[in-house]
Design a protein around this ligand. Structure first.
Ligand code: AMP
Ligand code: MG
Length: 355
């Protein structure tokens, strides 16, 4: 959905004089948010709707104006989506993809920042998180509304061809007097923002709210939740982490203090071929969908960090993945292996598993 469609929807919703009840939509999210704790000092407000190929929800406590500012933050996220959405031919990312192997494309400061940050996490994870994974995503049929393959698994030749086009280092970012620009070095390369776009947009929404005098808020975009400040009674925002094999059960509940949390799960998009479960996160080293992990949850200082790192750890697995997390300040992780074993980094806040 582009932002024009979203604004039209929003106007309709406001004109109808209601805010959508969000419980049903939340059920589709990877994690759930506990938002109880109303006090007399501030009223609870929230806005929600489909965006970024998922459901987005923004919550805060405040006066009568707060609900309106939350709606504006939602529109701001729609604007970011319009810049980054690689499935929207008019986005800036699509312009970079279309010009791959030829020209440099002028981009907005927001797109530049998102790509620059994404490159940082690609580097940190030695390419386990690689946003140029697009050719592999489409080779395995995960770019379709209903993921799957028409025929057999891709053969070695096709895998090799696609793998040659996956390399985050071939994204060249620069700036000159006309502003920032971006270029993919090789024709056929394709940026996929699926693993970091939601985190970036959620960070921007929190910054938008902070700039308008709302320092305590929570933004949930699919598997990524960013929390700023606390609830009015000084209680932290609390987040339930979904069980990867039972969407009505939490693995555990954590409190967030100016932090973000993201979950990458093999249950989000998957299909079966030849008796094998194929899920949507692909190892850029082998070209194959990862099958060694059910889910990874990462806590980090920002949404783009938790989003990119949860995908990176999904590829790296508990060994290399937790070793990486231990080196990153402010980051913690929980990994559920394919066998259902739950493994934590040393500073994970809540080691009680509920299920
Ligand atoms: P997430 O749910 O944040 O882990 O993102 C998963 C999505 O990111 C997939 O649906 C693909 O669009 C894309 N993706 C798959 N594998 C990778 C990877 N290794 N690095 C970056 N993005 C990926
Ligand atoms: Mg991610």
């Amino acid at each position: 959905m582009n932002s024009a469609t979203f604004i039209a929807n929003l106007v309709c919703r406001i004109a109808a004089g209601f805010r959508l009840g969000c419980l049903l939509q939340c059920a589709a999210m990877a994690s759930f948010v506990f938002a109880a704790g109303l006090t007399d000092a501030a009223q609870f407000h929230h806005t929600t709707g489909p965006l970024l190929h998922t459901f987005v929800e923004i919550k805060a406590y405040g006066d009568n104006q707060t609900g309106c500012v939350l709606d504006q933050a939602f529109v701001e996220m729609g604007r970011i989506n319009d810049l980054l959405n690689n499935y929207d031919p008019s986005s800036e990312i699509s312009a970079i993809n279309a010009a791959a192997g030829s020209t440099s494309v002028k981009v907005s400061p927001e797109t530049f920042e998102a790509l620059n940050e994404a490159k940082k996490y690609a580097r940190l994870s030695s390419g386990a998180f690689d946003f140029t994974v697009g050719p592999l995503v489409s080779l395995w049929g995960f770019n379709r509304e209903h993921p799957g393959l028409a025929g057999d698994d891709p053969d070695a030749r096709l895998l090799k061809q696609a793998l040659r086009l996956v390399d985050y280092r071939a994204l060249k970012l620069g700036a000159d007097l006309t502003g920032p620009h971006a270029r993919l070095k090789h024709s056929g390369m394709y940026i996929d923002v699926g693993a970091f776009g939601k985190g970036f947009a959620a960070d921007r929404a929190l910054a938008f709210l902070r700039d308008r005098g709302i320092p305590n808020a929570l933004v949930a975009a699919g598997g990524t939740i960013c929390a700023a400040g606390s609830k009015p009674d000084n209680q932290p925002w609390q987040i339930g982490i979904r069980h990867p094999r039972n969407d009505s059960t939490f693995l555990t509940v954590i409190a967030l203090h100016d932090q973000s949390v993201s979950t990458s799960g093999d249950y989000e998009k998957f299909y079966y071929t030849a008796g094998k479960r194929r899920s949507h996160i692909i190892d850029p080293r082998t070209g194959l969908p990862v099958s060694s992990v059910q889910s990874v949850t990462v806590i980090a200082p920002s949404g783009i960090a938790s989003d990119a790192l949860s995908t990176a750890l999904f590829v790296l697995g508990p060994g290399d993945g937790l070793r990486l997390i231990e080196k990153l300040p402010g980051c913690e992780a929980l990994v559920v292996t394919a066998a259902g074993e739950v493994v934590f980094s040393s500073g994970w806040p809540q080691k009680t598993i509920i299920y």
